[in-house]
Design a protein around this ligand. Sequence first.
Ligand code: CP
Ligand code: NVA
Length: 309
Amino acid sequence: MLKGKDMLSIHDLSVDEVQEILTLAKELKAKQKAGIEHHLLKGKTLGMIFEKSSTRTRVSFETGMYQLGGQALFLSNRDLQLGRGEPIKDTARVLSRYLDGIMIRTFGHERVEELAQWADVPVINALTDLLHPCQVLTDLLTIQEHKGKNLKGLKMAYVGDGNNMTNSYMYGCAKAGMTFVAATPENYRPDETVRKNAMEDAKQTGASISVITDPKEAVKGADIVVTDTWASMGQEDEHEARKKIFAPYQVNKELMALADKRAIVMHCLPAYRGEEITEEVLEANADVIFDEAENRLHTQKAVMALTMC
Ligand code: CP
Ligand code: NVA
């Protein structure tokens, strides 16, 4: 179903396509653990354009391509002519002549859309200021592993900055039929267009999407509590000011006491201990959080195999 398509946003995927990605990710994970060859992209090449830093995304995409029998090229904007002003539409058409797929991490979401518009090969969004779909698909797989395959009706509470993760969680939870409540300060709400789109998507699955300001209310009875950095990449100058504004939004033991007794805590990483999450809560949930990091590999392999094969 996804063959030849781009993967820019979970909003663009059907409910079945999300399921297809999760099912293949699970299968590829099992194969990799059992040492069974799964060279679904033999001889294929992925170009990975990075205009922002990365640990997990770079290593998991590059290793994933290798495990699928293909290869990956790390393309930093410090080295590409793109970084010196070559237009995206030219870069897209040139790279399409060499590559079988392009992964991009950048600032403005419109850059990814423009790349996809001009590229003849699938384009995968590996984070923009607006969305981080690969991470949220990964998180759905991780929730299935820890909470059971049926995601419908599970309550996720997001506490902190209304950022690219929050936006993608709204789309992911809508497609999965989950109850999603974000608690953010009034001026740091997630994107309004994304929220409206997610509310529309939610009608298909019976999901519920809401954005409030009270972290305690959001976390009440939650099965999954998630947070993310208070200052995303590109907001480094605001970090100190944000520490004060977001202080009431820390995920700590007191807040977690309001969640379901068996609640899990997730974090896409990198984490800033003592800010959005305490050392204690992070370490108590380290098994889930590092499964989540590992699952980037398996989920992205599924996305690449389905779009690039
Ligand atoms: N979670 C995530 O995308 O991590 P990186 O920034 O290290 O890729
Ligand atoms: N919101 C964070 C996610 C990092 C993976 C950022 O954009 O920096």
